[in-house]
Design a protein around this ligand. Structure first.
Ligand code: PHE
Length: 365
């Protein structure tokens, strides 16, 4: 073994180790210049071959060329390896544009909103104008103007949330500035128990003929059960005109019920009492939950009927109090519970489900 072949062997060994450590293009290029470049280690050996003894020259030349070929091949291999690794990591990071997107959860209207809109759609087609009124109301409108004076036993029909006394004084001041408010100077404030006060508020501001539908939330200090909630929505109807009779009330409500529930649901009107109507009725539909005679039925308690609303002919004293001639003008009023209607339409047997905010319930509608 000559000195030169030893040197070639160590060049080959060191170069292969260094090449394996080159991690990127710059490292590989540096290695190429150092090993194979014009002033590289191997090149200097090749250059020196000419000065060797003739018998050595052939063997060393062949060995040097072999080492050169090995290193050039190793360089190509290393380059190719790095290219593949770069490609593989790029693929791993890449976005797969063929992957389907994640579906967005769409919101929906609350079932009570859906049913309120259906109710109002029908009344609008029947010629009623939709208006709204305040949820915080004066005693004078919620009760007084509706012929329910203080201490009158009829007040027991509406369990009431009252505001505390110090809130009353400032609200009463606001009430008087509205003008036309019925003796509201010191009228206590409450959360309205029904939408009927809007009968009075609307009549104060408008002349007959009147056809209005008034949706809105009402509040009652109520022991809750399957058909009673402490907050409920109502839709109030008021029609005042010449020649309006009980037949108009019946016809309007029957046509409304037919459009809401279809022709097979049975509707009943029966005598009832509200101080602001005369005569007064209660409107009920046949029970959707039981055959109509099951005493354990939470919806009808075996009566076979679910009450949807109170109604009647507007009391002539109320018509007169608004300055209309009660001999000339008559009218009907009705106030229905939207949740009750929703129970029938959607087959819900417990009214408390509507406002319990459980998505498993709400998502069904
Ligand atoms: N306001 C009554 C209630 O909430 C219902 C009603 C409205 C009755 C209009 C008669 C006329 O109980």
């Amino acid at each position: 073994m000559s000195e030169t072949t030893d040197r070639l062997a160590s060049i080959e060994r060191d170069a292969l180790v260094a090449l394996a450590a080159a991690e990127d293009d710059a490292g590989i290029e540096g290695w190429r210049t150092r090993v194979l470049g014009r002033s590289g280690e191997l090149t200097s050996v090749l250059r020196g071959i000419g000065g060797l003894a003739a018998e050595e020259r052939k063997a060393v030349g062949a060995e040097a060329n072999r080492v050169k070929a090995v290193l050039e091949a190793a360089l190509e291999g290393r380059r190719e390896g790095l290219r593949r690794a770069a490609l593989a990591s790029a693929e791993a990071d890449a976005l797969d544009v063929t992957l389907p997107g994640r579906p967005l959860r769409r919101g929906r209207l609350h079932p009570i909103t859906q049913v309120r809109r259906r109710i109002l759609d029908v009344f609008e087609r029947l010629g009623f104008q939709v208006i709204e009124g305040p949820e915080v109301e004066l005693d004078a409108y919620n009760f007084g103007a509706l012929r329910i004076p203080e201490h009158h036993p009829a007040r027991d029909m509406w369990d009431t949330f009252w505001f505390e006394d110090d809130r009353v004084a400032s609200a009463a001041a606001a009430g008087t500035s509205e003008g036309g408010a019925p003796s509201s100077a010191r009228s206590p404030l409450l959360l309205r128990t029904h939408t009927s006060p809007m009968q009075v508020r609307f009549m104060e501001q408008h002349e007959p003929p009147i056809r209005v539908a008034v949706p809105g939330k009402c509040y009652r200090y109520e022991a809750t059960d399957a058909t009673h909630e402490w907050m409920l929505e109502q839709v109030e109807l008021l029609a005042i005109d010449e020649g309006i009779s009980m037949a108009n009330l019946k016809g309007t409500l029957q046509e409304w019920a037919r459009q809401m529930f279809g022709p097979s649901r049975r509707v009943m009107l029966r005598n009832s009492y509200f101080p602001f109507v005369e005569p007064g009725v209660e409107v009920a539909v046949d029970c959707f939950q039981c055959p109509g005679d099951d005493p354990s039925c939470a919806v009808c308690r075996g009566s076979g009927w679910l009450e949807l609303m109170g109604a009647g002919m507007v009391h002539p004293e109320i018509i007169a109090a608004q300055g209309y001639d009660p001999e000339r003008y008559t009218g009907f009023a009705a106030g229905m519970g939207v949740e009750r209607v929703a129970m029938v339409l959607l087959g819900v047997s417990d009214i408390r489900d509507f406002h319990a905010n459980d998505p498993r319930f709400l998502e069904q509608f």
